[in-house]
Design a protein around this ligand. Structure first.
Ligand SMILES: [Zn+2]
Ligand SMILES: [Zn+2]
Length: 258
């Protein structure tokens, strides 16, 4: 089992549960050697209480994890990060947060800070292409350690369209050029498979998407995307996700990134 996970949320984002210490105890029990917290990043001018933490919670988040990092240092290596979207308007704010953390991961759930376009719906071809462009622009900033759930735009998607193919290629090329790893996210398999272009597939990890990704020499890592402590002990979700791509010869990294 991959013994590091950089994708752990906390209750502060408004849609996860359990206290910080419970996540650490679950991670130790599961056998993790490195646990990174990457709760949903705050946006000063765009508070969305059920999507990401409020900016007023940020200092307490860093303090709480720092105390636990010290407390459990002999048992597990704790890192402090955030999962963040990228928007041009918030670039300086991202730089500021990045400077105070071990890492940021890119999780582009929305097209704009107001969240007027979400990627958790059946998106138009234009929206999907915008997703791809924004992700590539974000990765070019050098702020992000890896790209979380690159296939998140497949959520509720009815078809694997031309734009989906183009975006998969766009993202894969960018990640190869910049040597940025891509996450195989295990969170969504719990929702089962769906009919997409008449094939039974998960929204993500999406088989059609990863089949294209596998044509490129990208580095891949697993992300648990834990929203409750028990998620860290859900080995079944990991197995289902890995089974989905087992014939694709993906290049999984075996050592922690930091
Ligand atoms: Zn979340
Ligand atoms: Zn995410």
């Amino acid at each position: 089992m991959q013994d590091f996970n950089y994708h752990t949320h906390t209750y502060r984002c408004g849609h996860a549960s359990g206290d910080d210490e419970e996540y650490i105890l679950a991670a130790i029990k599961a056998g993790y050697k490195t646990l990174g917290f990457a709760d949903h990043a705050p946006y000063k001018d765009y508070p969305l209480p059920s999507s990401h933490m409020d900016i007023s919670m940020f200092d307490e988040y860093v303090d709480s994890i720092s105390i636990l990092k010290e407390k459990y240092k002999d048992q597990i290596d704790i890192k402090i990060g955030l999962e963040s979207e990228y928007y041009k308007a918030n670039h300086d704010e991202r730089v500021m947060l990045h400077d105070r953390l071990d890492y940021l991961i890119l999780g582009q759930h929305f097209l704009d800070p107001e969240a007027s376009v979400s990627f958790f719906k059946n998106n138009s071809e234009e929206e999907i292409l915008e997703y791809g462009k924004l992700v590539c622009e974000a990765l070019d900033t050098g702020l992000f350690m890896y790209l979380a759930h690159p296939d998140v735009f497949m959520s509720k998607q009815e078809n694997f369209t031309k734009a989906c193919v183009d975006v998969a290629r766009m993202i894969a090329s960018k990640c190869v050029d910049l040597d940025i790893p891509v996450e195989l996210n295990v969170h969504n398999v719990r929702k089962g498979k769906h009919l997409i272009s008449n094939k039974e597939e998960y929204f993500y990890p999406n088989k059609s998407f990863w089949t294209i990704m596998s044509e490129y020499p990208i580095k891949v890592l697993l992300g648990i995307d834990a929203h409750k402590p028990e998620d860290l002990l859900d080995f079944d979700a990991i197995e289902k996700s890995l089974n989905e791509v087992s014939d694709l010869n993906l290049n999984f990294i075996t050592k922690p990134l930091i």
